[in-house]
Design a protein around this ligand. Structure first.
Ligand SMILES: O=C1O[C@H](COP(=O)(O)O)[C@@H](O)[C@H](O)[C@H]1O
Length: 234
């Protein structure tokens, strides 16, 4: 695990965009394509805008989300709308985007279509940039939620999982550890005092085994995928 600390969110966004773009170019050179998943919420905006300006063969890139709220793109809570607004512009304006949300009335009904689409269109996930909530969730893996065991189960072959008991009451679709554990590299991006305190709590030695209290620990204390943390004080 590498821990990259920054004093400003802007410097972090530029460096994370440079580093991920470098890995994406390598993947394209080696395999002719690259598939990435990015997070929603408020933190990734600057990073997504920086990444959209990096020069690489964006026609060989496929993008999806780590998780999505089951809302239309006209809703302010839509992560797809966020990606379209902040990443699919500049150099990346023509890049293929796979939405985790489909036309089904909810994520349970929409699961099979999402699962099949991920297999068919994302093929293999190379890189994912995760975020972290103040409650220690990452993706839509919420503390002590009904869906959590399925999301984290190594034996669960599904790449996505519906989540209907999350704290804000918005049903969601999330990628699973079953998929993320096969990435080539994971990135964890967070900013600010509060998130740094959450991270310090997640790292407390005596609590490390308590994954369901802080699901971010499942990513921090695994050895399957290299993890790079990008965090800033501000
Ligand atoms: O609900 C979510 O929260 C986390 C963190 O979001 P932030 O707004 O605090 O940056 C995010 O990683 C996840 O993708 C999102 O759906």
């Amino acid at each position: 695990m590498t821990d990259n600390r920054f004093t400003s969110p802007d410097a972090l966004a530029r460096q994370l965009a440079d580093d991920l773009a470098g890995k994406m170019r390598e993947s394209i050179a080696a395999r002719g394509r690259v598939c990435i998943a990015v997070s929603g919420g408020s933190t990734p905006v600057r990073f997504l805008e920086e990444l959209s300006k990096r020069k690489l063969d964006w026609s060989k890139v496929r993008v999806t989300l780590v998780d999505e709220r089951w809302v239309d793109e006209s809703d302010a809570a839509s992560n797809a709308a966020l990606v379209k607004r902040h990443l699919l512009q500049n150099e990346a304006s023509q890049t293929y985007f796979f939405s985790l949300k489909n036309k089904a009335p909810g994520p349970v009904d929409g699961f099979m279509e999402c699962e099949n689409g991920l297999h068919e269109l994302m093929v293999r996930l190379d890189f994912a940039v995760l975020g972290m909530g103040n409650d220690g969730h990452t993706a839509s893996w919420f503390p002590d939620s009904d869906a959590l065991p399925k999301c984290l189960d190594e034996g669960n072959s599904a790449w996505c999982c519906p989540v209907i008991d999350e704290p804000t009451g918005l049903p969601r679709m999330t990628l699973t550890w079953g998929l993320l554990s096969n990435c080539r590299h994971l990135y964890l991006h967070f900013e600010g005092d509060e998130k740094n305190r959450v991270y310090a709590k997640a790292c407390e030695e005596k609590e490390r085994q308590n994954i369901s209290a802080m699901p971010i620990r499942s990513v921090l204390y695994q050895s399957q995928v290299p993890l790079s943390i990008y965090r800033s004080e501000e």
